[in-house]
Design a protein around this ligand. Structure first.
Ligand SMILES: *Cc1c(COP(=O)(O)O)cnc(C)c1O
Length: 358
């Protein structure tokens, strides 16, 4: 494996107080970069100063959207050690997304070592207040300069870092969600299982509509019938129904969320019965009416657990569900607290989720 090159920045930036800035607005001093060409494969692994990159106006990603990304987080444990949460699983998923978009897979060890080396250089940027973290954004985009529609020959892989405030700095804020029955984001045979720009492009308009109606996000249903529950824009959805943890199965239209996996594994260990299966909107409404829909929450790297306080189904005769009086439910709270304490080393990590940075 080639040595990772390091290009020193002429000057370092002033560190910020993350509690005063918005998500994804501030970036650290360095980024990781690798390039792909058919002749050399993935090559040139380097850590370089964070700066604007030049792309051709004919860059294929700008026109045809061949782009994938990841999102994970680094934390400082209570005893001051920098760690990354399930970094290996995130690099592995980047490669699964790559397969779906016909992007050449990155060499796993080189990518993972690049991530760890970048984090060890930038460890002083990991904020250590409660709930704070360093958000990690690995991404790959096509870099051919060519207007023909085809799979790109060349690619750029970057990892950038952004310190972020605690998601729940002002206490849990359960979200209001609209079950979508008109727009679609992903379909059978589509890109739903990839973490790709296209899925976000397909979701923005419906999200804006939901916002206008006073909802925070959309819960997608299947594109063919709007009958089966999928996921929320940037998180998976889980239900506690009659004591069981139920979540839609990975059917190719939703993302295999790492937080989803974490939650399901811990729930099983806690003795809960966990079901990954099809869930219809009708089943949810029935469960709600009979008092069996105990909790609804989303899972994703950004919020970890995002309690759903209200769900609305149907635009004609909407069924309006209020969950736990619009507050976080006990299971979601216990899960959030457990994962939060894994991040900081307050609870021993028997799973090997927490990976040392140095
Ligand atoms: C990133 C993402 C999630 C959450 O995945 P995690 O690995 O838990 O962060 C869920 N759905 C979509 C569409 C996403 O892009």
């Amino acid at each position: 494996m080639a040595e990772i090159k390091f290009v020193k920045a002429p000057a370092l930036k002033e560190k910020v107080d993350v509690s005063t800035i918005g998500f994804g607005t501030c970036f650290t001093d360095y980024m990781f970069r690798m390039d792909y060409s058919p002749e050399e494969g993935w090559h040139g692994a380097s850590i370089v100063p964070y700066e604007d990159i030049k792309v051709s106006p004919a860059n294929t990603t700008l026109h045809y959207g061949q782009a994938i990304f990841e999102g994970c987080k680094a934390y400082v444990t209570r005893d001051g050690k920098p760690v990354v949460f399930r970094g290996k699983d995130h690099i592995a998923r980047l490669n699964r997304s790559a397969r779906i978009l016909d992007i050449p897979q990155v060499p796993f060890d080189e990518a993972y070592n690049g991530l760890i080396k970048l984090l060890s250089i930038e460890k002083d940027w990991i904020p250590n207040g409660p709930g704070q973290s360093l958000y990690i954004r690995p991404f790959i985009f096509a870099s051919d300069s060519f207007l023909g529609v085809s799979v790109s020959q060349t690619y750029v892989f970057l990892i950038i870092l952004s310190p972020v405030a605690a998601y729940y700095a002002h206490g849990f804020a359960p979200v209001k969600i609209m079950v979508e029955d008109h727009y679609s984001r992903a379909c059978q045979g589509g890109l739903g299982a990839a973490k790709t720009a296209a899925n976000y492009a397909a979701s923005l308009h419906a999200g804006l509509y939901a916002h206008e109606k006073g909802y925070d996000q959309v819960l997608w249903t299947d594109a063919a019938e709007h009958k089966w529950i999928g996921e929320v824009g940037s998180m998976n959805i889980l239900f506690k129904i009659d004591g069981k943890i139920v979540t839609p199965e990975l059917d190719g239209t939703i993302l295999d969320g790492i937080t989803r996996r974490t939650v399901l594994q811990i729930a099983r260990d806690w003795g809960y019965s966990v079901e990954e299966r099809k869930i219809s909107v009708d089943e949810l409404v029935e469960a709600y009416k009979s008092g069996k829909l105990e909790e609804v929450f989303g899972s994703g790297t950004a919020a970890v657990i995002s309690p759903v306080g209200e769900l609305i189904c149907g635009k004609e005769n909407p069924v309006h569900m209020v969950l736990n009086g619009g507050k976080i439910g006990p299971f979601a709270y216990k899960m959030y607290d457990y994962i939060d304490k894994l991040h900081t080393g307050e609870i021993e990590d028997k799973y090997g989720f927490v990976e040392p940075v140095e």
